[in-house]
Design a protein around this ligand. Structure first.
Ligand SMILES: [Zn+2]
Ligand SMILES: [Zn+2]
Length: 246
């Protein structure tokens, strides 16, 4: 029965989720709670639940017996049991399963589906040389079925990419000091007049992207490495076999 409910919810939410997401960022999220792209990566700021009299999802009034308050561990909203009968693994809690609301469940699930179908995907900051815009955060995917193209999405749950970059011919390198980048773990890809800068959240992620982008730039089809989490778990194995590439 739960499975059926989830599916029904997902069908309904799939259409409206993007809208929900932007609304939630502006109006409904408690201060300092994670936005869509940070969901599950850090703990939400708890709302004082006594101040909340209605479930923040279904709007039904709470009472102490049949309609009790629960916190969504991803967005921090105070919701009823029925609106939070879902569990999702949250990065900030060592990937342990936590109670989350239906919206967060959908968002997180879509992100993990994306990870399963990609050679590599993650958030990165990016900036185009000479475009006059500063660093922007986006969700980057190299799909398994199109391993030579980099897709840039606003968020993991977005259906349409903002931009796609065919990678063949691009050179991957670390930024020069004259690039004057202010972010750590940066790297760049360039081809004729186009240079794109990227900045990862950590050294391991930077290394994975450089490796995958370099191979795609040479036109080599890549083997799927799955999500970053898997990549990190495979680390020992990777190091053992990396000799043959050099
Ligand atoms: Zn509810
Ligand atoms: Zn939530």
């Amino acid at each position: 029965a739960i499975q059926a409910t989830i599916q029904r919810h997902e069908q309904t939410l799939a259409t409206f989720h993007h809208l929900n997401c932007s609304l939630r960022d502006e109006d409904y999220t408690p201060p300092n709670s994670p936005n869509c792209s940070e969901l599950g990566k850090r703990a939400p700021t708890p709302i004082r639940e006594k101040e909340v009299t209605l479930c923040m999802k279904c709007q039904e009034p709470f009472n102490s017996i049949t309609k009790r308050r629960h916190h969504c561990k991803a967005c921090g909203q105070v919701v009823c049991g029925k609106c939070s009968e879902f569990r999702a693994r949250l990065l900030y809690d060592n990937n342990r399963a936590n109670r989350v609301c239906i919206d967060c469940y959908t968002t997180l699930k879509q992100a993990s589906v994306a990870a399963e179908n990609s050679v590599l995907c993650s958030f990165l900051h990016h900036m185009e040389k000479g475009a006059g815009r500063g660093w922007q955060k986006a969700w980057f995917v190299i799909p398994e079925n199109e391993p030579l193209v980099l897709y840039i999405y606003g968020a993991p749950q977005d259906v349409k990419a903002q931009r796609s970059v065919p990678l063949i011919g691009f050179e991957v390198s670390l930024p020069d000091s004259c690039d004057r980048l202010e972010r750590r773990f940066a790297f760049k890809i360039s081809q004729s007049h186009l240079t794109l800068y990227f900045s990862a959240d950590g050294e391991e992620l930077q290394r994975r992207w450089i490796e995958v982008l370099s191979r795609a730039g040479r036109g080599e089809e890549l083997q799927a490495h799955g999500s970053i989490t898997e990549a990190l778990e495979e680390e020992g194995e990777e190091t053992a076999t990396s000799g043959e590439n050099t």
